[in-house]
Structure formats: C-alpha cells, structure tokens
Design a protein around this ligand. Structure first.
Ligand code: RRO
Length: 314
C-alpha cells in the first residue's frame, strides 16, 4: 500500500509520542529493527526551542484509558536534527516527523528545516496538543488551521499530515480547511481534554493541571469523528483513538480511514502494533471471501439484536 505516495508495508502507524523508538532500541537492541511494530514511525512532536515538559505527575489512569499531561518535552529543532534524527533514520520504516509551532513563523522554520532532510518521508503538523501553557490550539479553528497550512505548504515538498483535535466544534470543518490549504492527509484524533483530582487532597493530580484523555475510553468518539472527516475530505485520513485490537483497527478502516495508528495500547504492550497488524490481517482474510457470498440476514421481529452491555469488552 501507499500513503501520500510513500510506500508502506501495511496500514499501522504509531500515534505521535506514544512509542519511544530510541529508548526501545536501547532496551531491545537490533531485535526491534527485525520486528518493528509499526509500518511507519511518527516521532514525538518537536518544537523550535528545547522544552522540559510539564512538572510531574504527568499521567493518570482512567477507566479504560488515561490522561497525559506531558507538555511537549523535547530537545528542540537543533537537538532533534543532531541527536535523534540519525537514530530514527535507522528504523526499517518510513519516518514521519511531528512538529508544533507556537506561531506560524515557528512552524515555518520547523517545516523548512525538517523537510530538507532526506531521512524524513512526511511531516505531521501537530495543531492539536492540549497541554500547552498558552491554551491556544490552532487546530480548534478552521481558519487558523488553514493559515498555518498555507504558510508552510510552499516550504517543503514532503507530504503534510495535519493532526486534528477532537476538541473542536466541527472537526470535519477543520479537516476541510486543511485540505483546501494544501494538506496531503489528516490524522485524528489527538487527545480529549480531561481533568483528575488527587483523591487525598482534592487538588489537581496532574502537574500541568489538565491533560489529554486517550485509550479505549475515547474510541467511539474517535470512530465517529474519523467517519465524519472521511466523508468530508478526499485526502487520506489516518484514524486513531483507543485502537487496541485488529477488530478496532478494522472499524476505523470501515469508517473510511486509509491507515490507522496505535497509541495508548503501546504503553501496555510495546509490541501491540505488531499484534494488531496480525489480527487485522486475519480478519481481512476471513472477511474477503465471505463478503460476496454472505446471504442477506433473515429478519426476526422477535429479536431486537440488542445484548446486555459488557463493559471493558475489547
Ligand atoms: O506532549 C504532550 O503533552 C501531548 C501532545 Br504534544 C499531544 O499532541 N497530545 C497529547 O495528548 N499530549
């Protein structure tokens, strides 16, 4: 398959910031390269200047998910290009570099610099981080998003993926604006804004006060947004949000995604991308011959088809 003209061996990416390939290489050595869990690798978002990130605690577990308030710690553009990029270039899959600017000028500098590097196959514009001090999220507004994409579009010939926020009134309007401004693909969802209190003292649990909710808890929301966006735009959609099985991945493909990404599940199981790819391949193989041959289901008016809810069902 291919995504924006970049050949991929399969449709499973990682969600930005959810898999540290450099740390994983240290932990697993070259075995990581022989059995890399994703078909393309998306870097943690970088900014122009280095950042420490938010004070701890940075994570809170929720029912079927978690809240993160990481706050974009990274080495900054220069540190990334000098130290991280050479290591990420050794991965056996195409590299997507995620960038975030606090202004359009910053974003432009990042895209121009990253987009000149031959190791970089695509650039993801993260206009949707919920954990920045300013609270300003470019991707919450279609016109702001369009201005950002228009500004950077001429600066690189690499495909541009715009990472959308679910915290927008109408994500499909933001997607349409990104497409009109020259985006080659959109990815969604980033995390949903969330809050947790310390059970002991009632204060904010997270050092950054608020955070972003991810995991199976957000999957149905993500699926609806991916479905709505895919119906609105012609460019490829990369769907994510709580995918933890091949069956979840298949749902996102059915919703119109061209590829999917695994995020929170990799925290539980670093090999999740690989497992999900195998499960998906099995489901697709089972489905392909059946689809044409399956008889129409008989209607039985005594059955509603509803079953009792099973919480935490995968
Ligand atoms: O670093 C983060 O706190 C972070 C980012 Br950049 C993002 O895009 N989404 C998220 O949930 N956390």
């Amino acid at each position: 398959m291919e995504l924006c003209g970049v050949p991929l061996r399969g449709p499973i990416l990682n969600g930005s910031g959810t898999f540290d390939a450099i740390a994983a290489r240290r932990a697993f050595g070259d075995a990581l390269l022989e059995r890399f869990p994703f078909d393309a690798f998306v870097s943690k978002t970088i900014t122009l200047a280095p950042r420490q990130g938010n004070p701890p605690p940075r994570l809170w577990e929720t029912p079927a998910g978690m809240i993160n308030s990481i706050g974009l710690p990274n080495k900054g553009l220069e540190g990334f290009l000098a130290q991280d990029l050479p290591q990420l270039a050794e991965l056996p899959v195409p590299l997507v570099v995620s960038v975030m600017g606090f202004s359009r000028d910053e974003l432009a500098t990042l895209v121009e610099a990253v987009g000149q590097r031959p190791e970089v196959a695509m650039i993801e514009l993260n206009v949707s981080c919920p954990n920045v001090e300013t609270g300003l999220v470019m991707g919450a507004d279609p016109a702001e998003t369009a201005r950002a994409v228009e500004r950077v579009r001429p600066l690189s010939d690499r495909p541009l993926i715009v990472k959308l926020t679910p915290n927008a009134t109408e994500p499909e309007a933001v997607a349409a604006a990104a497409q009109a401004a020259g985006a080659d693909a959109v990815s969604l969802i980033n995390t949903l804004k969330g809050l947790a209190f310390d059970p002991d003292d009632g204060g904010h649990w997270l050092g950054g006060k608020t955070g972003g909710v991810s995991g199976p808890a957000v999957r149905a929301i993500a699926l609806q947004q991916v479905h709505a966006v895919a119906a609105r735009v012609a460019i490829p959609v990369i769907g994510m949000g709580g995918i933890s099985s091949g069956s979840d991945a298949l749902d996102f493909l059915r919703a119109g995604a061209a590829a999917v990404a695994v995020g929170t599940e990799s925290f539980r199981d670093p090999g999740a991308g690989h497992r999900i790819a195998s499960e998906l391949a099995q489901l697709e193989a089972r489905e392909a011959p059946n689809r044409a041959a399956a008889p129409a289901p008989a209607m039985d008016i005594t059955q509603t088809g509803d079953s009792p809810p099973t919480f935490f069902r995968r």
